[in-house]
Design a protein around this ligand. Structure first.
Ligand SMILES: *Cc1c(COP(=O)(O)O)cnc(C)c1O
Length: 447
């Protein structure tokens, strides 16, 4: 066993390039190689168990090796692994589309499948753009998008164009299309800390140039990759009314917030908002297989229905669009929500998590704790009174999560923010254990 794990570690360093990773550091370090999982636990090739505190990067919903999802995939595997969705259809994709329209906010009528969160966003942007082009006349001037500062919508170039995290996106600016930006509602709450708050900024942009704006894109309730930045209550609803008032489309990116993470199936439900386009991915298959969906209103769909010769088709698709194994996983995941009453049983766990997190507030380097449902960001600061951040080179987030790993917990930092996003199925005992380990790890890394 020891020699096998040694060989794997060597080959990983020899052949693999990891995402969002400084490989010079990686080559010096020793990382777990995960071989198995069970519920909220990951087990590495050496047999060491770890609590999965980030749902394997925000995807796992009902746990690893979930019997219902395992079985659904196995049944589909006994029929066919893949068949194209271009010019053909298949039963599970049809059933899943119906199920998604049923759980989605009222008004979303059509489901367009793809493979990951970035493609779900690309598709929404292209649909919005093409919709206005096809409306024609003065509408064809509606070509621009408005996005939030510190937004994250994925890593392909369209998604990066609307992204606003300098560390990830700045370098690529010469390759990107120009967009208009409003402040992040967390950093500039309403009109207080800036002369122009995000809503005022949006309103004046729309007043000036809504005839050139195709849509507004945002992550509802919580900007995830920005370091878990919640928006104040009412913000989303206000954006929705401005979009309606000025006739621009609202695109909601619920890739991270969807499927229960904020305490409701979709975050936008909490403000009674229906977007014109809704992007879903991460939790869609319960964390099993890469799949995404972009949901559209009937009105947008109708804008693409025309005589063949008018060339109004949506010319977009991927080799693995609506992969049947992924559809099986997604349908089983939705069944689990219903059968296990996941969202009802989640509410006391959200409250428990909130109570447990209180214990971290007294730590001398915890500057801020932000929580929406099961999405948590713990911001570490060099000086919490002055609000001085740790310098980038201090790698304080990375040092903290390595301490957590030693204590049997897998988490990921976003800069100086420790992110917690456990599977919705996590036990109460594991919630308590997770927060306790995070506290010990922060202490070990900062004191
Ligand atoms: C993760 C994420 C994406 C990108 O999804 P991928 O599947 O990684 O391409 C897009 N938007 C948000 C809000 C995300 O959190």
């Amino acid at each position: 066993m020891a020699s096998r794990s040694h060989r794997l570690r060597q080959d990983d360093k020899r052949y693999v390039w990891h995402p969002f990773t400084q490989m010079q550091d990686w080559l010096q370090e020793r990382h777990p190689i995960i071989e198995r999982g069970e519920g909220s636990t990951l087990i590495d090739v050496d047999g060491r168990p770890y609590l999965d505190g980030v749902s394997s990067l925000w995807v796992t919903v009902h746990g690893h090796r979930n019997a219902t999802i395992d079985r659904a995939i196995r049944i589909q595997l006994g029929k066919i692994a893949h068949t194209t969705f271009l010019g053909l259809s298949h039963p599970l994709a049809i059933d899943l589309a119906r199920a998604l329209v049923r759980v989605a906010p009222k008004g979303l009528a059509k489901v367009f499948y793809s493979d990951n969160g970035s493609t779900a966003v690309e598709i929404a942007l292209k649909m919005a753009f093409q919709y206005w082009q096809q409306r024609g006349g003065a509408f064809s001037r509606k070509r621009r998008f408005i996005a939030l500062e510190e937004a994250y919508h994925g890593d392909t170039l369209g998604a990066v164009s609307v992204g606003g995290i300098d560390l990830f996106h700045q370098l690529y600016r010469p390759l990107l299309f120009p967009i208009q930006r409003i402040p992040s509602p967390y950093r500039a709450p309403w009109d207080r800390s800036r002369r122009v708050g995000p809503l005022k900024g949006l309103e004046s942009l729309l007043k000036r140039s809504s005839d050139q704006v195709a849509g507004v894109i945002m992550e509802p309730l919580m900007q995830g990759a920005a370091g878990m930045l919640p928006s104040p209550p009412g913000f989303l609803k206000a954006v929705r009314s401005l979009c309606s008032q000025y006739n621009v489309l609202l695109i909601l990116d619920e890739v991270a917030t969807g499927f229960g993470r904020t305490g409701t199936m979709f975050a936008c439900e909490q403000e009674g908002v229906t977007p014109d386009l809704l992007c879903l991915a991460k939790g869609l298959t319960g964390g099993y297989l890469p799949m995404a969906a972009t949901l559209a209103t009937q009105q947008i769909f109708d804008g693409f229905c025309a005589p063949y010769g008018e060339k109004k088709s949506f010319f977009h698709g991927h080799s693995y669009t609506a992969n049947p194994l992924a559809c099986a996983a997604a349908l089983a995941n939705l069944q689990c929500f219903q059968r296990d009453q996941t969202l009802t049983r989640l509410q006391p766990k959200i409250a428990l998590l909130r109570r447990e997190l209180q214990s971290l507030r007294s730590l001398s380097h915890v500057g801020d704790i932000r929580q929406v449902g099961f999405m948590v960001g713990i911001e570490l600061m060099h000086d919490t009174i002055q609000g001085t951040p740790y310098p980038y080179e201090a790698k304080i987030g990375i040092r903290t999560i390595l301490e957590a790993r030693r204590r049997g917990l897998i988490v990921r930092p976003l800069g100086n923010v420790i992110v917690l996003m456990p599977p919705l199925s996590i036990s109460r005992r594991d919630i308590v254990r997770m927060v306790r380990i995070v506290g010990d790890s922060i202490r070990a890394a900062t004191e």
